[in-house]
Write a protein that binds this ligand. Structure first.
Ligand SMILES: [Zn+2]
Length: 686
């Protein structure tokens, strides 16, 4: 479902911005097993504002903590998981684990992050080697070598839909579009310090103000590092980034896989994208033995390569110096971290103060040693009973989805059969992966926070390279168990539901199962339907990029999609700023389909259930759904989300119930209510 873009920048924001300030109790107070009645506002009519009806009380009572840009159901669980994780890590630290064992690594990574004195004392020493390498660039070949050596596996186009890297290019290793049995490398555009090309190109007052703040941030960071002429260099760095932004492909076009299907033999790069010494680049990146790479953004690849040949070498060196410092800032002396937060935390996200250091340390440890932390987490917090219950729910919803396909009037038998085989071969991972990743060989030191971070990034990159050309493991996970999220992996025809999202308010093993179906069940349905949405429908049962729809079926689907696009284009979260119906289309289709499949799953499992808390089963199902999307966001965060996030704001996700017939019956919604849609205007995809 991808609640948050898991980009390097987002991870970074998570590090500097993020979670609430008060240390929460490890476990939430035991509440009613049903819906959150106090969080509702029953003075609002559900047919006018379903989000307000289900969440009005919560919206009134909730204040976004000063260290958060967004606060909602996901945040509540993240807080709890952070607290649980820090306890586990501290326990791991106390028990005498063997040096180099996963739990010793986890303990050391966390300890190094927390050791501010050591970070302060070492100053720029941990990054000196990188800065010297950049300063030593004498010609274009050396520039290509440094750029290639800096390539990391820090993007993920289809699973995490993470298109952001601050490096000029990012690598994603994944199954080949044409031959999903083997892994290939996908090369994506990158190189910006702000999240999107539009941050550089927009000319409205807010955008121009942010551009000025970013330029000051670049200069301030250089000045802190003692770089002379910081202002003038900052201006030139900004101009280079601005040129990179101009050759970037838009976020909306980036999600179009048909534009991304560009296998380039390595030998073609100098011809198709001249300007960069690709031979030197690939050698430094460890890619020179690959027969080909998939080029996700061909025009941007050519554009960035051209800039690497045409822009003055000194400007590139300044640019690389700034980005090395900027990337490292959270783990450099305090002045760097504070400057970084001023821009990324406050200017970009509206956050007032940084997250507590221990929470940032937990996030960072969890990112770097995901499976090691995840194994500790599930052993303690994800009992077999919860796994079994969630698996049963998944089975029900997958079956319900299959039945919906059987009963689609518009779908031709040929397409239906292919869709059914896609359902049949789906792998659904619940809680944690089938096997754990091995971290042996990764060096983690208790007094080297930045070195640990860099070594773990390199370790991850080498691990990704080691998969190139190898057979694909369909059951490999792309999320850690302690991640509060869920994901569909189209090239593997697979889904992951990490243990951490299987918590209240989404899932309560001891709670009202009907509410569970409305909340996590709809999320499960959402992920299933991604296999069949505007993007997933382009991959067949084996994960191959193949058009398995008849032209008539595709035309019907596109007409329905256009209706949903228009429905979302009309939403206006901030004055003058609308939701982008096309950018959010996949997620909006998944939301409609997910709630419909979960509703069928609940009805087939429980039929008519007794009332609880004064609500019928159907009411609880939909209220559970609406409450899963509760979220308060700062306006800066909303602006950023509307530009780069494939998801609409939570309010509109909750309101998608207006497309579901059963919702009208459950709440007795007559024509004339604000959310009312005539039956023929409701969007039914699956
Ligand atoms: Zn999704």
């Amino acid at each position: 479902m991808r609640k948050f873009p898991k980009s390097a920048l987002a991870a970074f924001l998570l590090v500097v911005a993020g979670v609430g300030s008060q240390v929460p109790a490890a476990e939430p107070a035991k509440k009613s097993p049903g819906v959150d009645v106090a969080g509702m506002d029953k003075t609002i009519r559900p047919g006018d504002d379903f989000y307000g009806y289900t969440n009005g009380g919560w919206m009134q009572a909730t204040v976004i903590p000063p260290d958060r840009a967004v606060y909602g159901g996901f945040t509540v669980i993240e807080e709890m998981v952070s607290k649980r994780t820090v306890d586990l890590i501290q326990e791991a630290g106390k028990s005498p684990a063997a040096h180099g064992s996963p739990s010793a690594m986890v303990g050391a990574y966390y300890a190094a992050w927390m050791n501010e004195d050591a970070i302060e004392e070492r100053g720029l020493a941990p990054i000196r080697r990188d800065l010297d390498a950049i300063a030593g660039i004498a010609d274009r070949k050396a520039l290509a070598r440094v750029l290639g050596g800096g390539l990391r596996a820090d993007v993920d186009a289809l699973n995490a839909t993470d298109f952001y890297t601050d490096r000029p290019f990012g690598l994603w290793v994944a199954p080949d579009f044409a031959n999903p049995q083997r892994n290939v490398g996908y090369l994506l555009q990158g190189g910006l310090g702000m999240p999107d090309r539009d941050n550089y190109r927009n000319t409205d007052e807010k955008a121009v103000a942010l551009q000025a703040k970013y330029r000051s941030h670049v200069a301030a960071t250089l000045k802190l590092a003692g770089v002379p002429d910081a202002e003038a260099r900052g201006t030139r760095i900004y101009e280079l980034e601005r040129k990179i932004a101009d050759v970037h492909v838009s976020r909306t076009d980036s999600v179009d896989v048909l534009r991304a299907n560009n296998p380039w033999p390595l030998a073609d790069f100098p011809v198709r994208a001249p300007g960069l010494d690709w031979g030197a680049y690939f050698e430094a990146a460890g890619l020179s033995t690959q027969p080909m790479l998939m080029v996700w953004h061909p025009s941007a690849t050519a554009g960035i390569a051209a800039l690497s040949g045409s822009e003055p070498l000194d400007v590139w060196k300044d640019y690389l110096t700034f980005h090395a410092l900027n990337r490292a800032s959270p783990l450099l002396p305090r002045a760097f971290a504070e400057e970084s937060f001023r821009f990324y935390g406050t200017a970009l996200s509206g956050t007032e103060k940084p997250r507590d250091r221990w929470k940032r340390a937990i996030s960072a440890t969890s990112d770097a040693l995901g499976d090691a932390v995840g194994k500790l987490y599930v052993e303690r917090y994800f009992p077999a009973t919860a796994k079994a219950q969630a698996e049963a729910m998944v089975r029900n919803i997958v079956e319900a989805f299959g039945r919906r396909i059987d009963h689609l009037e518009w779908m031709s038998p040929a397409t239906r059969q292919k869709a059914r085989s896609k359902v049949a071969t789906l792998y659904v991972g619940i809680g944690y992966p089938e096997s754990w990743r091995d971290y042996s060989g990764l060096k983690i030191e208790r007094d080297d926070a930045l070195g640990n971070a860099q070594r773990s990034e390199t370790f991850d990159y080498r691990w990704s390279l080691s998969k190139l050309g190898k057979p694909v493991d369909k059951r490999e996970w792309c999320m850690t168990p302690q991640t509060v999220n869920a994901v569909n992996l189209p090239l593997q025809n697979a889904m992951n539901f990490p243990a951490a999202i299987l918590n209240p308010p989404f899932f309560d093993a001891g709670g009202d199962p009907v509410r569970n179906y409305g909340a996590i069940g709809s999320i499960i349905g959402h992920e299933i339907s991604h296999s069949f949405d505007d993007q997933g429908a382009q991959f067949d049962a084996d994960g191959r990029l193949a058009n398995w729809w008849t032209p008539e079926d595709l035309a019907h689907f596109q007409a329905v999609a256009a209706k949903l696009t228009a429905q979302y284009d009309a939403y206006e979260p901030l004055p003058g700023l609308h939701v982008n119906g096309r950018l959010t289309l996949s997620e909006n289709i998944a939301d409609v389909a997910g709630v419909a499949a979960a509703y069928d799953g609940y009805r087939s499992a429980y039929g008519k259930t007794p009332d609880l808390d004064g609500f019928t089963g159907d009411e609880r199902f939909f209220i559970g759904f609406g409450q899963a999307w509760r979220s308060k966001e700062r306006p800066e965060a909303v602006r950023s989300q509307l530009m780069t996030d494939g998801h609409a704001p939570g309010q509109f996700r909750a309101d998608t119930v207006r497309n579901v017939d059963a919702w009208y019956t459950a709440f007795d919604v007559p024509p004339g209510r604000q959310l009312y849609l005539a039956p023929e205007a409701r969007v039914r995809v699956w």
